[in-house]
Design a binder for this molecule. Structure first.
Ligand SMILES: Cc1cc2nc3c(=O)[nH]c(=O)nc-3n(C[C@H](O)[C@H](O)[C@H](O)COP(=O)(O)OP(=O)(O)OC[C@H]3O[C@@H](n4cnc5c(N)ncnc54)[C@H](O)[C@@H]3O)c2cc1C
Length: 463
């Protein structure tokens, strides 16, 4: 509970109309896109970096947790105020400050919605590739904090590959600027990479400069259908092995396509076990060459049919179907665990087999989809958290999935971050030595552990 004096000071800093303490308001900021929730003590929606700095100074002096929040689409529980405190809602900081045609960069405030940013730069013939499937709701600040990726990650990488400069409010209220508009910048420690993916634990990102690339001249989409999911997974690895890097390479199993078709029909086939949705981009000539080669590789991997979208409208329809997968999953079960294990690309067929085995072993429904071109699997467990017996099997299955991913040389997260959900697995990947190193960074910049405490790892050893 915060005192009335602190609430009064917050109103003075941000304006009383931007400070919320009513139960209805607190409830709206108590959850994200996971099944977790906890009530904050107060929600503050600042407009400027200076206001944020003042809020953080106050919180640090009073030892109050501060949890930055963008669009609230987090899939790892990163915005959940487990210890109460201040939710710092960044939606009012939503200006695109500059699109610099000469340097091919853009500078934005953190609350800019990702899709709005895409549209703005594409209008100028430029391209910002990171494309989380949540882009209609997620913010650029949240994307940097989570180091978000998306289907285009296979060719274009993730958010950190585009960040050139940041303004950050530190956990003690200082204002730090790192990087700028230069493409090359090797001065000192790479703080940009440290902040990208720091999940709101090391600083509040208040301004972002990103690198843009020219908008590709052409793009085409292809849907390849397979009698078995194993063949579809093998095709993913084979495409990469043949040194073709499509823009996107998404694997979907029968169950996920069935759910999408009953939610938002786009014409996914109902009589195959697996499919891959592929987009290639580049020059007109290159795109046609790549499409032919991909179709040839899929045929060699026993695809039953390869359908090339005849125009952009048809392609957009297929992608809208893929994007609606999360909605379709959520409609089909009370609780959905969207997992995010990632393996080296050559191991995609192995992890797909392991996930199928785990689903059978624990008698669970686990539709599989993922940005498999970059090894990023999204097995989704459909369950009901009220069923205690099933939840035990779910927990055991998730443990086994992450064990399998790590054993295959993979990682706990390709893009959704660690947050609360995967905190317990961190020692598996980093050991106590690695975690201690991270703890010492956190301790040195946030001595009172006020910034998004408890996310990624606990500060005490052995947890
Ligand atoms: C349907 C759906 C599809 C998704 N698809 C993808 C996908 O394809 N790829 C992908 O990577 N993710 C995906 N996600 C997850 C999520 O959209 C991303 O992690 C996204 O980057 C979160 O952005 P946000 O603005 O919603 O952040 P929030 O959920 O509000 O916050 C996420 C984390 O970032 C911190 N944070 C937010 N803003 C700031 C800031 N300005 N400074 C410091 N810390 C901050 C928060 O404290 C929290 O820890 C999906 C989610 C959903 C619901």
């Amino acid at each position: 509970m915060i005192s009335s004096t602190v609430a009064e000071q917050l109103r003075r800093i941000a304006g009383k109309e931007n400070v919320f303490t009513e139960p209805e308001d607190l409830t709206c900021y108590s959850y994200d896109s996971t099944h977790l929730s906890a009530l904050p003590d107060v929600v503050v929606a600042p407009l400027t970096t200076a206001e944020i700095s003042e809020i953080v100074k106050l919180a640090n002096a009073e030892r109050i947790p501060v949890i930055p929040r963008g669009g609230g689409t987090c899939l790892s529980g990163g915005t959940i105020p487990t210890d109460g405190g201040i939710i710092l809602a960044l939606h009012r900081m939503n200006k695109i400050l500059e699109i610099d045609q000469d340097n091919l960069t853009a500078t934005v405030q953190p609350g800019v919605i990702t899709a709005t940013f895409h549209q703005a730069v594409e209008k100028e013939g430029l391209f910002y590739p990171p494309d989380p499937q949540s882009m209609l709701m997620s913010t650029i600040g949240g994307n940097v904090a989570e180091n978000a990726g998306g289907p285009r990650g296979v060719k274009y990488g993730v958010t950190k590959d585009y960040v050139l400069g940041l303004e950050v409010v530190t956990p003690t209220g200082g204002i730090l600027r790192v990087g700028g508009k230069t493409i090359k910048n090797v001065s000192g420690y790479d703080l940009m990479r440290l902040f990208a993916g720091s999940e709101g634990t090391l600083g509040i990102i208040t301004e972002i400069t990103v690198r843009l690339v020219p908008l590709p001249e052409a793009k085409r989409t292809l849907l390849a259908m397979f009698d078995t999911l194993d063949d579809a997974a093998a095709a993913v690895s084979s495409i990469i092995k043949h040194r073709i890097i499509p823009t996107t390479l998404e694997l979907m199993d029968h169950k996920i396509m069935e759910l999408i078709e009953s939610f938002k029909p786009v014409g996914f086939p109902m009589d195959v076990e697996g499919a891959i949705l592929i987009e290639v981009d580049g020059s007109e000539h290159d795109v046609n060459k790549q499409i032919d080669k991909v179709a040839e590789i899929c045929a060699a991997c026993r695809s039953r049919e390869v359908k090339v979208a005849k125009d952009q409208a048809e392609a957009a329809q297929l992608w809208a179907g893929r994007r609606s997968a999360f909605g379709a999953l959520c409609k089909s079960a009370r609780t959905v665990f969207v997992e995010d294990a990632t393996v080296p690309r050559s191991k995609v067929p192995d992890i797909v087999k392991r996930i199928q085995e785990i689903a059978r072993k624990y008698d669970l429904v686990i539709p599989i989809l993922g940005h498999t071109g970059d090894g990023n699997m999204h097995p989704n467990i459909l369950t009901d958290e009220r069923n205690a017996e099933e939840m035990k099997r779910v927990d055991a299955a998730i443990d086994e999935m992450f064990e399998a991913a790590l054993a295959l040389g993979g990682t706990l997260s390709g893009e959704h971050g660690i947050g609360l959900i995967k905190r317990k697995y961190m020692p598996w990947q980093f050991g106590e030595e690695g975690l201690d190193f991270m703890r010492s960074i956190k301790r040195s910049v946030d001595p009172n552990n006020i910034l998004n405490p408890g996310k990624m790892f606990l500060m005490e050893k052995g947890e």
